[in-house]
Design a protein around this ligand. Structure first.
Ligand SMILES: C[S@@+](CC[C@H](N)C(=O)[O-])C[C@H]1O[C@@H](n2cnc3c(N)ncnc32)[C@H](O)[C@@H]1O
Length: 484
């Protein structure tokens, strides 16, 4: 709808300045809703520009991420407190109401402060016009506690919709997660997974193997408080503050990378590597897995081609690989579906395909509301084409990893079942075994002590979960080409 013009507040009404942390959160919400921005990219510079101290930065972060995560549930509550459709409200006003609701219902902010500060924010950032409405609506929101509101809004919904509202996920995502958990023998885990999606992930580190400073910088990070991983060698979790201050992060020998991501990249590079092999990362941008693969390629004396179609992301791949000896890798900027143009066959191929990202909801608080089930048709078609292009480029006996940062069945097990049906030249290996073989004892145990999957193909695929492994919900299947 057309934007309404509000008069800026009269001087007497503007005497109370909006609180700086709330202004930062509000502006980030605006960027997300009006410019499709990613909160995790725009929030840190917004905090720096506003020169917030550590406490206010933490407050702004919780305000922003909590409000974005809870959007669907806050809207269900607000729709009972506003006398018109929420879609008829101006976006900035709706964003401010969500921000106020989050403070009222899920933060340790008094009712008085939550209402008054939000009204001051609206006056300061939008104008006096909607401040009365903001005040009236937030007072209605404040009439019930979070639990009471959940009772109210779930009283006449289905079980799935009730879970969706309680855990702030869209219902279609809850259904997809439930289906995938069931397939992997974890039907009882749904609420634990939904809860885990609402907690900020720990930062995971990797010291690039064989790269000058990689191991030493990881050891120094551990000295500085990072926790060595119980799952995987060369990895640690860090919750001690500014990552950029750790030695090695700037030059790239120490990198931030989810342990799930590290694990699947190492698993492709694990079984019996021969010097002189050719490796391919078909969908490499921005280069997280490619950096590890390139480091391993350099150690094993093999060559990695990192392919990425988006030129700006191909640049990011080059930057990510810069710490590794550049005779071990090269970057191709092109569509993965045309990889056969190179006329080369590859011994190991990583197909880390574009996907819905439903496995990384912890990282991108707004993503769950932005994604639509209709996105699946285009993504699954592309995943299928990339798998076929990878299979065509695979050398006899070669290994192909199919990875997604999504546990959605249509993007994972179904893709693997379909490619195995389409192609008689591929068979599937037991990915759990491969991941267990390279893991630390803790990792080997979680790989071997898995529940029984509902299907033969699913049983051989690894599905990682935030609530179990502390990683993104990454999917990994390992396919091998028949010998000639
Ligand atoms: C899930 S991300 C890969 C993440 C990456 N492997 C990492 O670890 O940092 C998928 C990538 O595939 C790229 N992509 C999109 N369409 C593609 C295509 N037709 N061929 C190859 N890659 C494609 C996207 O630009 C994106 O960079």
């Amino acid at each position: 709808m057309a934007k309404r013009q509000y008069s800026r507040a009269a001087p007497s009404q503007r005497s109370r300045r909006a609180d700086a942390a709330r202004v930062v959160a509000f502006r980030v919400l605006q960027a997300v809703s009006e410019e499709d921005a990613y909160a995790n990219l725009v929030l840190p510079p917004a905090i720096r520009r506003a020169a917030l101290n550590k406490r206010d930065a933490g407050f702004a972060t919780e305000l922003t991420y909590g409000t974005l995560r809870g959007t669907g549930t806050y809207d269900a509550i607000l729709s009972r407190c506003v006398d018109r459709e929420l879609s008829q409200l101006d976006r900035p006003v709706l964003d401010a109401l969500r921000l106020g609701s989050h403070q009222l219902l899920n933060m340790r902010v008094t009712t008085h402060a939550a209402v008054n500060e939000t009204v001051a924010l609206v006056r300061d950032q939008i104008g006096t016009g909607p401040s009365g409405l903001t005040n009236a609506v937030l007072r209605r929101v404040a009439e019930k506690s979070w639990d009471e509101w959940l009772e109210t809004i779930t009283s006449d919904t289905s079980d799935v919709e009730a879970l969706a509202l309680r855990h702030a996920h869209p219902a279609w995502v809850v259904r997809a997660l439930r289906q995938s958990l069931k397939l992997h023998g974890r039907s009882d885990d749904l609420e634990a997974l939904l809860d885990a999606d609402n907690v900020a992930p720990q930062v995971h580190l990797i010291g690039l193997p064989g790269v000058s400073g990689g191991e030493a910088n990881l050891a120094a990070a551990v000295e500085a408080g990072a926790e060595p991983s119980q799952l995987l060698d060369g990895a640690a979790s860090f919750s001690g503050g500014d990552i950029g201050l750790l030695h090695g992060v700037r030059e790239g020998s120490l990198r931030v990378q989810d342990i799930g991501s590290q694990w699947v990249a190492r698993a492709l590079a694990q079984p019996a590597v021969q010097p002189g092999e050719r490796w391919l990362d078909l969908c490499a941008g921005p280069g997280g897995k490619a950096a590890l693969l390139a480091a391993l390629a350099s150690e094993f004396d093999v060559h990695l081609t990192a392919n990425e179609p988006a030129p700006h992301r191909a640049k990011l791949v080059e930057q990510a690989l810069a710490a590794v000896d550049d005779t071990a890798w090269s970057v191709r900027t092109g569509d993965g579906r045309t990889i056969s143009e190179l006329g080369t066959s590859f011994d190991r191929i990583m197909v880390d395909a574009p996907c819905t990202g439903l496995g990384a909801l912890r990282r991108r608080p707004e993503a769950r509301w932005r994604r639509q089930p209709s996105d699946l048709a285009e993504l699954t078609a592309l995943q299928q084409q990339l798998l076929d292009a990878g299979a065509d480029a695979l050398a006899p006996d070669g290994l192909m990893a199919y990875v997604t940062c999504s546990p959605h069945m249509a993007e994972t097990v179904v893709q693997v079942q379909d490619v195995l049906r389409r192609r008689s030249d591929l068979h599937i290996l037991d990915a759990h075994q491969v991941m267990a073989d390279l893991a630390l004892p803790g990792g080997a145990e979680v790989m071997t002590a898995r529940p029984t999957a509902a299907d033969d193909v699913a049983a051989k695929c690894v599905q990682l979960w935030p609530h179990i492994h502390g990683t993104d919900a990454m999917f990994f299947a390992l396919l091998q080409k028949e010998p000639v």
